[in-house]
Design a protein around this ligand. Structure first.
Ligand SMILES: [Zn+2]
Ligand SMILES: [Zn+2]
Length: 347
Protein backbone atom coordinates (compact mmCIF):
# COMPACT_ATOMS: atom_id res chain seq x y z
CA UNK A 1 0.00 0.00 0.00
CA UNK A 2 1.02 3.65 -0.31
CA UNK A 3 2.07 5.54 2.79
CA UNK A 4 3.61 8.96 3.36
CA UNK A 5 6.89 8.52 5.19
CA UNK A 6 8.07 11.56 7.14
CA UNK A 7 11.78 12.37 7.15
CA UNK A 8 11.45 16.08 7.88
CA UNK A 9 8.92 18.81 7.14
CA UNK A 10 10.13 19.34 3.59
CA UNK A 11 10.96 15.70 2.93
CA UNK A 12 7.92 13.44 3.01
CA UNK A 13 8.01 10.54 0.57
CA UNK A 14 5.24 8.35 -0.75
CA UNK A 15 6.59 4.84 -0.29
CA UNK A 16 5.30 1.34 -0.72
CA UNK A 17 4.88 -0.45 2.63
CA UNK A 18 3.12 -3.70 3.55
CA UNK A 19 -0.54 -3.63 4.53
CA UNK A 20 -0.51 -4.40 8.29
CA UNK A 21 -1.56 -7.87 9.34
CA UNK A 22 -4.08 -8.12 12.12
CA UNK A 23 -4.41 -10.53 15.00
CA UNK A 24 -6.79 -11.31 17.83
CA UNK A 25 -8.91 -8.33 18.91
CA UNK A 26 -7.48 -6.05 16.21
CA UNK A 27 -9.04 -4.42 13.16
CA UNK A 28 -7.81 -3.27 9.77
CA UNK A 29 -9.12 0.15 8.77
CA UNK A 30 -9.27 1.55 5.26
CA UNK A 31 -8.27 5.16 5.92
CA UNK A 32 -10.63 7.51 4.07
CA UNK A 33 -9.26 10.75 5.50
CA UNK A 34 -6.61 12.01 7.90
CA UNK A 35 -6.16 15.56 9.12
CA UNK A 36 -2.78 17.22 9.50
CA UNK A 37 -2.35 18.33 13.12
CA UNK A 38 -0.26 21.33 14.19
CA UNK A 39 1.83 18.88 16.19
CA UNK A 40 2.72 16.95 13.01
CA UNK A 41 4.76 19.88 11.72
CA UNK A 42 6.77 20.46 14.92
CA UNK A 43 9.96 19.24 13.31
CA UNK A 44 12.07 19.12 16.49
CA UNK A 45 9.42 16.87 18.02
CA UNK A 46 8.83 14.62 15.00
CA UNK A 47 12.18 14.41 13.21
CA UNK A 48 13.84 12.47 16.04
CA UNK A 49 11.47 9.58 15.30
CA UNK A 50 12.03 9.73 11.53
CA UNK A 51 11.56 7.92 9.25
CA UNK A 52 8.01 7.64 10.58
CA UNK A 53 4.46 7.52 9.25
CA UNK A 54 2.51 10.22 11.08
CA UNK A 55 -1.24 10.92 11.11
CA UNK A 56 -3.54 10.58 14.11
CA UNK A 57 -6.82 12.32 13.23
CA UNK A 58 -8.62 9.91 10.96
CA UNK A 59 -11.79 8.18 9.89
CA UNK A 60 -12.41 5.26 7.59
CA UNK A 61 -14.13 1.99 6.82
CA UNK A 62 -13.41 -1.27 8.62
CA UNK A 63 -11.86 -3.65 6.12
CA UNK A 64 -11.35 -6.65 8.36
CA UNK A 65 -11.89 -7.60 11.99
CA UNK A 66 -9.77 -10.02 14.00
CA UNK A 67 -11.08 -12.89 16.05
CA UNK A 68 -12.82 -11.73 19.19
CA UNK A 69 -13.99 -8.36 17.84
CA UNK A 70 -17.72 -8.27 18.46
CA UNK A 71 -18.81 -4.64 18.38
CA UNK A 72 -17.63 -3.86 14.85
CA UNK A 73 -17.85 -5.53 11.47
CA UNK A 74 -16.33 -4.95 8.04
CA UNK A 75 -18.05 -2.05 6.30
CA UNK A 76 -18.61 -0.04 9.49
CA UNK A 77 -17.65 3.63 9.13
CA UNK A 78 -15.71 4.75 12.18
CA UNK A 79 -13.41 7.29 13.70
CA UNK A 80 -10.97 6.19 16.37
CA UNK A 81 -8.68 7.78 18.92
CA UNK A 82 -5.01 7.38 18.28
CA UNK A 83 -3.90 6.91 21.89
CA UNK A 84 -5.83 5.04 24.57
CA UNK A 85 -4.88 4.74 28.26
CA UNK A 86 -4.90 1.62 30.45
CA UNK A 87 -7.60 3.04 32.71
CA UNK A 88 -6.21 1.44 35.87
CA UNK A 89 -2.81 2.95 36.79
CA UNK A 90 -2.54 5.73 39.42
CA UNK A 91 -2.32 8.40 36.70
CA UNK A 92 -5.47 7.15 34.99
CA UNK A 93 -7.29 6.84 38.31
CA UNK A 94 -6.36 10.45 39.10
CA UNK A 95 -7.85 11.65 35.84
CA UNK A 96 -4.58 12.10 33.95
CA UNK A 97 -5.11 9.33 31.43
CA UNK A 98 -3.06 11.13 28.81
CA UNK A 99 0.03 10.82 31.05
CA UNK A 100 -0.51 7.04 31.36
CA UNK A 101 2.46 4.97 30.14
CA UNK A 102 0.14 2.81 28.05
CA UNK A 103 -1.36 5.88 26.35
CA UNK A 104 1.42 6.54 23.87
CA UNK A 105 2.21 2.87 23.34
CA UNK A 106 -1.24 2.36 21.83
CA UNK A 107 -1.53 3.91 18.37
CA UNK A 108 -2.45 3.37 14.75
CA UNK A 109 -0.01 1.19 12.88
CA UNK A 110 1.82 2.21 10.80
CA UNK A 111 0.23 5.69 10.95
CA UNK A 112 -2.75 7.59 9.57
CA UNK A 113 -1.04 8.99 6.49
CA UNK A 114 -1.38 5.65 4.72
CA UNK A 115 -4.02 3.62 2.92
CA UNK A 116 -4.67 1.19 5.79
CA UNK A 117 -3.98 1.12 9.52
CA UNK A 118 -4.18 -1.54 12.16
CA UNK A 119 -6.28 -0.73 15.18
CA UNK A 120 -5.03 -1.98 18.55
CA UNK A 121 -7.37 -4.04 20.80
CA UNK A 122 -7.45 -1.23 23.40
CA UNK A 123 -8.42 1.22 20.66
CA UNK A 124 -11.16 -1.17 19.56
CA UNK A 125 -12.51 -1.18 23.10
CA UNK A 126 -12.12 2.45 24.14
CA UNK A 127 -11.31 4.49 21.06
CA UNK A 128 -13.39 3.38 18.09
CA UNK A 129 -16.75 5.03 17.43
CA UNK A 130 -19.23 4.54 14.60
CA UNK A 131 -20.03 7.55 12.47
CA UNK A 132 -23.71 8.41 12.05
CA UNK A 133 -24.86 7.70 8.50
CA UNK A 134 -25.04 11.35 7.54
CA UNK A 135 -21.60 12.24 8.93
CA UNK A 136 -18.75 12.56 6.46
CA UNK A 137 -15.38 10.98 7.17
CA UNK A 138 -13.69 14.36 7.34
CA UNK A 139 -16.11 15.59 9.99
CA UNK A 140 -15.69 12.35 11.94
CA UNK A 141 -11.91 12.80 11.93
CA UNK A 142 -12.37 15.89 14.12
CA UNK A 143 -13.31 13.79 17.15
CA UNK A 144 -9.66 13.73 18.22
CA UNK A 145 -8.81 17.46 17.99
CA UNK A 146 -12.15 18.47 19.53
CA UNK A 147 -11.55 15.98 22.35
CA UNK A 148 -8.13 17.52 23.06
CA UNK A 149 -9.64 21.00 23.31
CA UNK A 150 -12.54 19.78 25.43
CA UNK A 151 -10.09 18.25 27.87
CA UNK A 152 -7.99 21.41 28.08
CA UNK A 153 -10.96 23.60 28.86
CA UNK A 154 -12.38 21.18 31.40
CA UNK A 155 -9.06 21.02 33.27
CA UNK A 156 -8.75 24.82 33.15
CA UNK A 157 -12.14 25.20 34.82
CA UNK A 158 -14.12 26.60 31.89
CA UNK A 159 -17.63 27.62 32.91
CA UNK A 160 -20.50 29.88 31.94
CA UNK A 161 -19.83 33.56 32.48
CA UNK A 162 -16.04 33.34 32.36
CA UNK A 163 -13.90 35.82 30.44
CA UNK A 164 -11.37 34.14 28.19
CA UNK A 165 -8.28 35.09 26.22
CA UNK A 166 -7.18 32.63 23.52
CA UNK A 167 -3.67 33.21 22.18
CA UNK A 168 -3.33 31.82 18.66
CA UNK A 169 -6.27 31.38 16.26
CA UNK A 170 -5.12 28.41 14.21
CA UNK A 171 -7.19 25.23 14.21
CA UNK A 172 -6.78 24.65 17.98
CA UNK A 173 -7.59 28.31 18.59
CA UNK A 174 -10.83 28.31 16.61
CA UNK A 175 -12.00 25.07 18.25
CA UNK A 176 -11.20 26.69 21.62
CA UNK A 177 -13.21 29.78 20.63
CA UNK A 178 -16.20 27.73 19.55
CA UNK A 179 -16.10 25.48 22.61
CA UNK A 180 -15.66 28.37 25.09
CA UNK A 181 -18.81 29.90 23.61
CA UNK A 182 -20.64 26.58 23.96
CA UNK A 183 -19.67 26.42 27.63
CA UNK A 184 -21.21 29.88 28.00
CA UNK A 185 -18.09 32.04 28.36
CA UNK A 186 -19.33 35.62 28.32
CA UNK A 187 -16.25 37.18 26.73
CA UNK A 188 -13.96 35.38 24.29
CA UNK A 189 -11.05 37.37 22.93
CA UNK A 190 -8.49 35.80 20.59
CA UNK A 191 -5.20 36.83 19.01
CA UNK A 192 -3.09 35.87 16.03
CA UNK A 193 -0.39 37.36 13.84
CA UNK A 194 -2.01 36.43 10.51
CA UNK A 195 -4.92 38.37 9.01
CA UNK A 196 -6.54 35.17 7.68
CA UNK A 197 -6.58 33.55 11.12
CA UNK A 198 -7.82 36.72 12.78
CA UNK A 199 -10.77 36.68 10.35
CA UNK A 200 -11.38 33.02 11.11
CA UNK A 201 -11.35 33.74 14.84
CA UNK A 202 -14.19 36.21 14.35
CA UNK A 203 -16.01 33.85 12.01
CA UNK A 204 -16.01 31.12 14.66
CA UNK A 205 -17.44 33.38 17.30
CA UNK A 206 -14.73 35.38 19.09
CA UNK A 207 -16.07 38.67 20.42
CA UNK A 208 -12.87 40.34 19.35
CA UNK A 209 -9.59 39.28 17.73
CA UNK A 210 -6.46 41.36 18.24
CA UNK A 211 -3.18 41.29 16.45
CA UNK A 212 -0.71 39.43 18.64
CA UNK A 213 1.70 42.37 18.36
CA UNK A 214 -0.79 44.74 20.01
CA UNK A 215 -0.93 45.60 23.72
CA UNK A 216 -3.23 42.65 24.36
CA UNK A 217 -3.33 42.88 28.19
CA UNK A 218 -4.52 46.50 27.98
CA UNK A 219 -6.99 45.86 25.12
CA UNK A 220 -8.48 42.93 27.04
CA UNK A 221 -8.96 45.08 30.16
CA UNK A 222 -10.50 47.83 28.03
CA UNK A 223 -13.16 45.33 27.01
CA UNK A 224 -13.69 43.95 30.51
CA UNK A 225 -14.20 46.91 32.86
CA UNK A 226 -10.53 46.92 33.74
CA UNK A 227 -10.33 43.26 34.73
CA UNK A 228 -8.03 40.60 33.28
CA UNK A 229 -8.96 37.17 31.94
CA UNK A 230 -10.30 34.30 34.07
CA UNK A 231 -8.63 31.82 31.73
CA UNK A 232 -5.84 32.42 29.23
CA UNK A 233 -5.29 29.63 26.71
CA UNK A 234 -1.82 29.41 25.20
CA UNK A 235 -1.88 27.70 21.81
CA UNK A 236 1.36 29.37 20.82
CA UNK A 237 4.36 29.20 23.12
CA UNK A 238 6.48 32.11 21.87
CA UNK A 239 8.05 33.96 24.83
CA UNK A 240 6.02 37.06 23.89
CA UNK A 241 2.82 34.98 24.02
CA UNK A 242 3.69 33.65 27.48
CA UNK A 243 4.39 37.23 28.63
CA UNK A 244 0.95 38.30 27.37
CA UNK A 245 -0.70 35.40 29.17
CA UNK A 246 0.96 36.33 32.48
CA UNK A 247 0.08 40.01 32.01
CA UNK A 248 -3.56 39.33 31.09
CA UNK A 249 -4.57 36.62 33.56
CA UNK A 250 -6.65 38.03 36.43
CA UNK A 251 -5.86 37.18 40.05
CA UNK A 252 -7.55 33.87 40.80
CA UNK A 253 -7.34 32.98 37.13
CA UNK A 254 -5.73 30.15 35.20
CA UNK A 255 -3.21 29.93 32.38
CA UNK A 256 -3.73 26.82 30.27
CA UNK A 257 -0.64 25.55 28.47
CA UNK A 258 -2.02 23.87 25.37
CA UNK A 259 0.59 24.44 22.65
CA UNK A 260 3.87 22.65 22.23
CA UNK A 261 6.90 24.64 23.38
CA UNK A 262 10.41 24.55 21.95
CA UNK A 263 12.73 21.79 23.24
CA UNK A 264 13.85 22.61 26.76
CA UNK A 265 11.76 25.78 26.86
CA UNK A 266 10.95 27.06 30.35
CA UNK A 267 8.48 29.54 31.78
CA UNK A 268 9.61 32.00 34.44
CA UNK A 269 6.91 32.26 37.05
CA UNK A 270 7.05 35.09 39.61
CA UNK A 271 6.20 32.85 42.55
CA UNK A 272 5.26 35.59 44.99
CA UNK A 273 2.85 37.25 42.56
CA UNK A 274 1.31 33.94 41.53
CA UNK A 275 0.95 32.84 45.16
CA UNK A 276 -0.57 36.10 46.39
CA UNK A 277 -2.78 36.26 43.30
CA UNK A 278 -3.71 32.57 43.45
CA UNK A 279 -2.93 32.21 39.77
CA UNK A 280 -2.83 28.64 38.44
CA UNK A 281 -0.89 27.21 35.56
CA UNK A 282 -2.58 24.13 34.13
CA UNK A 283 -1.36 21.87 31.34
CA UNK A 284 -3.36 19.62 29.06
CA UNK A 285 -1.88 17.08 26.70
CA UNK A 286 -3.87 15.23 24.05
CA UNK A 287 -7.33 13.85 24.81
CA UNK A 288 -8.53 10.96 26.97
CA UNK A 289 -11.52 8.76 26.17
CA UNK A 290 -14.03 10.72 28.27
CA UNK A 291 -13.27 14.09 26.69
CA UNK A 292 -12.94 12.62 23.25
CA UNK A 293 -16.33 10.96 23.47
CA UNK A 294 -17.85 14.24 24.72
CA UNK A 295 -16.19 16.08 21.87
CA UNK A 296 -17.60 13.57 19.42
CA UNK A 297 -21.08 14.06 20.87
CA UNK A 298 -20.76 17.81 20.28
CA UNK A 299 -19.82 17.17 16.66
CA UNK A 300 -22.68 14.68 16.22
CA UNK A 301 -25.20 17.10 17.64
CA UNK A 302 -24.06 19.79 15.23
CA UNK A 303 -23.19 22.17 18.10
CA UNK A 304 -19.74 22.59 16.64
CA UNK A 305 -19.55 22.81 12.87
CA UNK A 306 -16.07 21.48 12.27
CA UNK A 307 -16.61 21.01 8.52
CA UNK A 308 -16.24 24.78 8.10
CA UNK A 309 -12.77 24.59 9.65
CA UNK A 310 -11.40 22.59 6.72
CA UNK A 311 -9.57 24.97 4.41
CA UNK A 312 -7.72 22.49 2.18
CA UNK A 313 -8.24 18.99 0.82
CA UNK A 314 -5.51 17.02 -0.94
CA UNK A 315 -4.94 13.46 -2.12
CA UNK A 316 -2.29 11.73 0.03
CA UNK A 317 0.28 12.26 -2.75
CA UNK A 318 0.15 16.00 -2.08
CA UNK A 319 0.97 15.66 1.61
CA UNK A 320 4.06 17.83 1.15
CA UNK A 321 1.88 20.76 0.15
CA UNK A 322 -0.35 20.16 3.15
CA UNK A 323 2.60 20.13 5.53
CA UNK A 324 3.93 23.37 4.05
CA UNK A 325 0.57 25.07 4.55
CA UNK A 326 0.22 23.81 8.11
CA UNK A 327 3.80 24.72 9.03
CA UNK A 328 3.39 28.23 7.57
CA UNK A 329 0.52 28.76 10.07
CA UNK A 330 -0.99 31.42 7.81
CA UNK A 331 -3.80 30.95 5.30
CA UNK A 332 -5.02 27.57 6.46
CA UNK A 333 -6.83 25.97 9.38
CA UNK A 334 -7.35 22.25 8.88
CA UNK A 335 -5.77 20.44 5.94
CA UNK A 336 -7.34 17.04 5.20
CA UNK A 337 -5.62 14.29 3.23
CA UNK A 338 -7.38 11.50 1.34
CA UNK A 339 -5.46 8.25 0.80
CA UNK A 340 -8.22 6.82 -1.43
CA UNK A 341 -10.79 8.84 -3.35
CA UNK A 342 -11.37 12.55 -2.75
CA UNK A 343 -14.78 13.48 -1.35
CA UNK A 344 -17.38 15.38 -3.33
CA UNK A 345 -17.77 18.79 -1.75
CA UNK A 346 -20.16 21.66 -2.38
CA UNK A 347 -17.44 24.15 -3.18
ZN1 LIG B 1 -3.44 16.30 16.99
ZN1 LIG C 1 -3.00 4.20 32.96
Amino acid sequence: MRAAVYYKNDDIRIEDVPVPEIGHGEMLLKVMTTGICGSDVHEFYRAKHAPVILGHELAGIIEETGEGVEDFKPGDRITCFHHVPCGACPRCVNGHETACDTFKKVHFYPGGFSEYVRIHPLQVRLGAMKLPEDMSFEVGAFAEPVGCVYRGQRLAGMAAGKKILIIGSGIAGVIHIKLAKLWGASLVVATDIHQFRKMKGLEFGADSVFDASADVPRLFRDMNDGWGADIVILNAMAPSAIRQAMDTVEKGGTILIFGLGAPGQTMDIPLGEFLAGEISVVTSYSGGPVDSHRGFELIKSGRIDVGKMITHRFPLEKIQEGFQLTAAAGESLKVMLFPHEMPETDE
